[in-house]
Design a protein around this ligand. Structure first.
Ligand code: AHR
Length: 508
C-alpha cells in the first residue's frame, strides 16, 4: 500500500492558470480548418472562429493562447495580416510544407479569437527576420489607446479600442529557426528589441502588470544558452534588468525514438511506452537545472520559466503532409500530459506559464478536426481533469512509490502526484499511474484534517486507445468510484495506465 502524504497547511506557491496554456501556430491545419474557417464557411462559426472549438476550449478554461509561432513567428510580418483580406499579401510558409499563407488570419482575427475564448493573449514577435521598428509598431498597433500612427491605422482597420496584450515573446528559438544565433548575440539583440516593446500602460490588467516580455530561452538541456543569455542580459545593469525580462522560455519535446526517427503516435510496444513516459519525466530535471542557473541571477524568482512549447512529437500520420506535423493522440499522451502537468505544478514557484504544442491538428493536440467534425483527444480530457488546479495553491505532498520503466535508462516514478487547495478550501489531488499492468493501492494521509467528502474523475484505457472520427468517445473522462472515505481517512486504488483527479472536502 503506497502512502500519499499531504500537508495542506504548507502552501508552496500559486499554480498560475497560465501553466495550462496552449500554443497556436500557422502550421498545417492548426489555424486554418482548426480554429478558423472564415465567416462564409458552412461550419458553424462566429466571425470565422469555429464554434465547436471555441466552446470545447472554454470548457477546459483555456487561460492563454500563444500565437503566431513557433518558427513561423520569425518569418511573420504582421502588416501583411491586417486590412481588407483581399489586399493582404500572400507568403510562403517555408517551415511548414511550403504552402501559401494568405494572411486571412492576422492580428484582428487573433484578438477576436482570444476574446471568444476568454483567454490572455501571448503574441510572439519576429526578431529573426524583422526589425526593431516593426516589432515596436506591432505593440503600438495592438496596445496604444491614444492618437498615433499605428493606433490610427488600427482604427482605420475597424478596431477602435486597443487590445490587452499580456505577454510578448521577443523572438522564438533564436538558437535555431529564429536566426541561428549564439547566446551572446541573441542576448544583445534581446536587450535592444525589448527596449522598444513599449508598455503603454493604458490597459487594465487584473494584477496591475503590463506587457510581460519573454526572452528566448534554451532548447532542452542547453544549459550554456541559459547561462550565457542571462549573463549577457544582466551585464552592466544587474539591478535594472529585472524589469526588462519577465520570462525565459524553455522548449522540450518528447520524441520516443529520438529527433530523427520520432516513432509512431499509435503503433508502439511496451518498451516504447516506458521510453516515452521516462522522457516526459525528464522535464523535471530540465526545470531543476535551468532554474538553478536562473537562481544565480534572479534569486527572488522574479523571472518566470515559461515552457512555451512542450508535448510529444511523433512521426506524422501515414498519408498526411510531412510538413503539417499531424499526429494522433492516445492514452500514452494522456500520461505524458498528466506527468508533465504534475511536474509544472510542483515547480510553480518558478514555472508560471506553459503552452502545449499545438492546440489543434498538429503535435500533442487537444482537438482534432476533419471538415465539420471535431473530436477531443485523451490529452484534452487530462486538461479537463487538471483545470481545478488553475490559480489554486500548491501544497506540500509526497508519495513513497519507487520507479518503474524498462532498462536502467528508461525509468520514472511509478506514481506522480501534485496537490492544490482552491479558494473554497477543496483539495485537488492529481495522480498518474505509469504502469502498464499494476494497479496501485494508495492511502491518503491529510495532516491535521479529515476527508469529509470526495469525488473523482479518471482518464484511462489500453495504452494505444484513441479517439477517432468513427469512435470519438473511446477515451473520455469517467467517474472514478474505486475509493473509500472511512472515519476521515481516504484510500483508493489507482488502475494502471491512468490519470486521476480526486477532489476532497476536508474538516478539522
Ligand atoms: O512546434 C513545432 C516547432 O517546434 C515550432 O515551430 C518551433 O518553435 C519548434 O522547433
Amino acid at each position: 500500500m503506497a502512502k500519499l502524504k499531504i500537508q495542506p497547511d504548507k502552501r508552496i506557491s500559486r499554480i498560475r492558470k497560465e501553466i495550462y496554456g496552449h500554443f497556436s501556430e500557422h502550421l498545417g491545419r492548426c489555424i486554418y480548418g482548426g480554429f478558423y474557417v472564415g465567416e462564409d464557411s458552412a461550419i458553424p462559426n462566429v466571425h470565422g472562429m469555429r464554434t465547436d472549438v471555441v466552446e470545447a476550449l472554454r470548457r477546459i478554461r483555456i487561460p492563454v493562447l500563444r500565437w503566431p509561432g513557433g518558427c513561423f513567428a520569425d518569418e511573420y510580418h504582421w502588416m501583411d495580416g491586417i486590412g481588407p483580406k483581399a489586399n493582404r499579401k500572400k507568403m510562403i510558409n517555408t517551415h511548414w510544407g511550403g504552402v501559401t499563407e494568405d494572411n486571412s488570419f492576422g492580428t484582428h482575427e487573433y484578438f477576436e479569437l482570444c476574446e471568444q475564448l476568454g483567454c490572455e493573449a501571448y503574441v510572439n514577435g519576429n526578431l529573426g527576420s524583422g526589425t526593431v521598428q516593426e516589432m515596436s509598431e506591432w505593440v503600438e498597433y495592438i496596445t496604444f489607446e491614444g492618437l498615433s500612427p499605428m493606433a490610427n491605422l488600427r482604427r482605420e482597420n475597424g478596431h477602435e479600442q486597443a487590445w490587452k496584450l499580456s505577454y510578448f515573446g521577443v523572438g522564438n528559438e533564436n538558437w535555431g529557426c529564429g536566426g541561428n544565433m549564439t547566446p551572446e548575440y541573441y542576448a544583445n539583440e534581446y536587450r535592444r528589441y525589448q527596449t522598444y516593446v513599449r508598455d503603454y500602460k493604458n490597459l487594465e490588467h487584473d494584477n496591475g502588470a503590463g506587457i510581460r516580455r519573454i526572452c528566448c530561452g534554451p532548447n532542452v538541456d542547453d544549459y550554456e544558452w541559459t547561462e550565457d543569455v542571462l549573463k549577457t542580459c544582466f551585464r552592466h545593469c544587474e539591478s535594472r534588468f529585472h524589469g526588462n525580462m519577465d520570462g525565459l522560455s524553455l522548449h522540450y519535446y518528447v520524441h520516443p525514438e529520438g529527433w530523427q526517427v520520432k516513432g509512431s503516435a499509435t503503433d508502439f510496444n511496451d518498451k516504447v511506452w516506458y521510453k516515452t513516459l521516462s522522457k516526459a519525466f525528464f522535464m523535471d530535471e530540465l526545470i531543476r537545472k535551468h532554474s538553478a542557473i536562473m537562481d544565480k541571477y534572479d534569486p527572488e524568482k522574479l523571472i518566470s520559466l515559461v515552457v512555451d512549447e512542450w508535448g510529444a512529437w511523433y512521426t506524422v500520420e501515414p498519408g498526411t503532409n510531412p510538413g503539417f506535423l499531424y499526429q494522433q493522440n492516445t492514452v500514452r499522451d494522456a500520461l505524458v500530459a498528466g506527468i508533465t502537468l504534475n511536474i509544472f505544478n510542483k515547480h510553480s514557484d518558478r514555472v508560471r506559464m506553459a503552452n502545449l504544442a499545438q492546440t489543434i491538428n498538429v503535435l500533442q493536440s487537444v482537438i482534432l478536426t476533419e471538415g465539420a467534425d471535431m473530436l477531443l483527444t485523451p490529452t484534452y480530457h487530462v486538461f479537463d481533469l487538471y483545470k481545478e488546479h488553475q490559480d489554486s495553491e500548491l501544497v506540500e505532498s509526497s508519495i513513497d512509490t519507487g520507479s518503474i520503466g524498462i532498462e536502467k535508462e528508461y525509468q520514472l516514478p511509478w506514481i506522480t502526484e501534485s496537490v492544490s487547495e482552491d479558494a473554497d478550501g477543496t483539495l485537488h489531488i492529481t495522480l498518474t499511474n505509469a504502469s502498464l499492468t499494476e494497479a496501485c493501492p494508495i492511502d491518503v494521509e491529510i495532516a491535521g484534517r479529515k476527508a469529509a467528502e470526495a469525488c473523482g474523475e479518471i482518464v484511462c484505457g489500453e495504452m494505444d486507445a484513441k479517439n477517432t472520427f468513427e469512435e470519438p468517445q473511446c477515451v473520455t473522462v469517467e467517474k472514478f468510484t474505486d475509493f473509500r472515505t472511512e472515519n476521515g481517512a481516504l484510500s483508493l486504488t489507482l488502475p494502471p495506465r491512468s490519470v486521476l483527479r480526486m477532489s476532497v472536502k476536508t474538516e478539522a
